[in-house]
Write a protein that binds this ligand. Sequence first.
Ligand code: SF4
Length: 414
Amino acid sequence: MDKLINENSIFEHDFDDWVKFFSAVGQPSYRAGQICAWIWRRRVFDPEDMTDFGKDLRARLAELLDFSPPEIIREDKSRDGTRKFLIVTTGRAKVETTLIKHGERLTACLSTQVGCPVGCPFCATGSAGFERNLSGGEIAEQLVLMEKHVGREINNVVLMGMGEPFLNTDAVLRAIRMLNDPKMRGLGVRHFTISTAGITPGIAALAASGLGVRLAVSLHAPNDELRDELIPCNTNYPLKELVAALKNYQITTGDRVTIEYALFKKKNDSLEHARQLVRLLHGLHVYVNLIPANENKNGYERSAPEDVLRFQSILKSAGFESEIRAEHGGDITAACGQLKGEENASPRPEPATRERGERMSEQKTPRGRGGAPCRKNPSVGKLKSSKNTNDTKRPNDSTNAMRRRRSSSNGRAG
Ligand code: SF4
C-alpha cells in the first residue's frame, strides 16, 4: 500500500484510525470521539487548546502527530458572494476551492486532484496540467478549513473543483466517509455531489459503495465525435458505455442523475444537438443543468441567450426537467472550468488523440495515495514531516497511461 503524503497529519485519520492510535498509546477509545469533535466540529487544530486532555497527553499528541492545518494563502471575493480560496494542503499541494452562497446556504466546491489529467480544452484546470492526486485527508480538510475561516458550517459539498474525482475514487470516497461520519463532521450523504466527466468504473464503484451521495455527469456533447473533442476521456469511455453505466447506476441506487451540459456558441448548442441529446438521454431519469459557458482562453465562446433558451425548450418539450444554471464567481475566475491552482501549474501535456477503446484504468491505491512529486512550498515549512517522499514520485496507473497516450500522439486539443 502506498503511504500518505503526510501520514502524520491529524486530517488523515478517520475515526477507526484514532481508536487504534489511542489504544497504541494506552488511552481509552473514547478519546477518539473527543479528538474528532475538536478537529471536525469545533475546528480546533492546536492540541494545547484541547482542554479535556491532560497536559501530558497534549504533549504526547504534539510529539507524535502533525497538527499543522492546511492554510489559505489567497482569497478572492466575487460580486455575487462567491469566494475562491487558494489553499496549501497538509500534503503541501496548492489547490483552489470555492464557496458559493445561495441565500443562507453555503456550498463548498472541493478539489480532488492537483490539476487534472483529462485535459478538456475549455477548462483552465485541464490546461494547467496534472501533478498528483490528493489524499482523502487533503480533500476533507478543505471543508473544515473553509468552515473555520468563515466561522460557520457549510451545508453542501460538491466534488467539482480541480480534478476528476473518479480518477481518484478511493480517496474521494474516503473523504466523504470521514465528513459524513457522525463522530467526525457528520454532514449527511445527500449533501454531497460527485461530478464526473464520465469515468464509468467510478460510476460503478459509487453505486457499489452504497454511500448514497448524489451523482452529476459533465456531458457537454450529445455525440462521440464532439465529445471526444470537448471531454477527451470520452475516447476511453464513449457515450454508449457511459449511458449503460448510468442505467446500471440507476438500477442499483434508484437515484436521479444530474446532467451538466455547458453550452458553447456554434459548437454544441444547435437544435440538432438538442435533439441528439434527447435521444441519448431517453430512458434515463435525469435533471439537465444547462450552463452558459464561462470565459476561457481557448476560443470556446458562450452561447447566445436565445440559443440557450431554444436548446432548453427542446429538452422540456421532450419531458426532461432542466434549468439554466446561474454563473457564480465568474468575475474572480471561480466558476466552473476556471479553477487553476496558480503556481502549481506544470506545462500542459501535448494534445492527444487516443484510440477508441484504449483504457484509462482506475487508480489502484486504496486510499488515493501516491501520485506525482509534490512541489515543495517554502511557505509551509512548519509542517513537521512528509515521510514518504519517494512514494510521492509514483503517478497512479491511470494517469501514467493517459500521459503515455498523450505523449505518443498528436491531434486535437485536450
Ligand atoms: S472540466 Fe473537469 S474533467 Fe475536464 S479538465 Fe477540467 S477539471 Fe478535468
